[in-house]
Write a new protein. Structure first.
Length: 245
């Protein structure tokens, strides 16, 4: 009798699992039916492009120091880098826009023929990535950083703070260009565009200018370092499949 009860319990468990699986399957969204292409398929790749004036510039600022010992190089670097970061804060750059990007401490060697290299000193480097939300003031802030001890500048790299609207405009242009090209091909083939079968976005964004690296020395007088934002092209590429008839 106990065996009979065990079998009944196993049957109940199996039914419960089956019911749970059926419920989970019922909760899944229905898969849309596939509509095979009845006519001629035409694949088009098109781009949409808009131009915007960048409102963010990112520049790397760093301090490189050398000394006879590792401790001296590190201490001098820390002092000058602290002054550099303090100047950024005083200029109104937010904490979220200052990020350490690289730290290094390396021995410096003197090489000779047929002799082992000899350590002659140490070089310490501390780099921060700085994002300026007021592009017009970035040149003046850079000059302040150099005056406070920064002796290496990398950049600039321009971008849009909120590129979504520009990307959407480029997407609309890309779809319109794809449809116009499909209509052209269909007309040339004596056909018409029946419908769009599929759309996929192949990627998009703003191309970044090449990075520049320059060592800088504090200047005593003169105009602010010029930083020109210019315009940036935002591009989106789409692949669209059409059905012709």
């Amino acid at each position: 009798m106990s065996r009979h009860r065990i079998l009944r319990g196993g049957a109940i468990t199996l039914l419960a699992l089956t019911g749970a699986a059926a419920t989970a399957q019922a909760m899944q969204p229905p898969v849309p039916p596939m509509h095979p292409t009845q006519g001629t398929r035409l694949d088009i790749v098109a781009e949409g492009e808009v131009s915007r004036r960048p409102d963010i510039v990112t520049i790397g600022a760093g301090v490189v120091t050398q000394a006879a010992t590792a401790g001296e190089a590190t201490a001098d670097n820390a002092r000058r880098m602290s002054a550099t970061i303090a100047a950024l804060r005083k200029a109104g750059v937010a904490e979220r826009d200052i990020q350490t990007s690289a730290l290094s401490l390396n021995p410096q060697y003197r090489y000779g023929e047929n002799v082992p290299p000899v350590i002659t000193g140490y070089q310490a480097s501390n780099q921060v990535s700085v994002r300026f939300r007021d592009v017009a003031r970035s040149g003046a802030i850079l000059d302040t950083l150099v005056a406070q001890g920064a002796n290496q500048i990398n950049g600039p790299s321009f971008a849009l703070d909120k590129p979504e609207a520009a990307l959407d405009e480029a997407r609309l242009q890309a779809i319109a260009a794809a449809r116009a090209r499909a209509t052209l091909y269909a007309r040339a083939a004596g056909m018409t565009v029946r419908r769009i079968v599929s759309i996929s976005e192949a990627g998009g964004g703003a191309p970044q200018p090449p990075m520049m690296v320059m060592a800088m020395r504090a200047k005593s007088e003169g105009a602010d370092t010029p930083v020109q934002a210019g315009e940036q092209k935002i591009t989106v590429s789409v692949a669209v499949s059409f059905e012709l008839q």
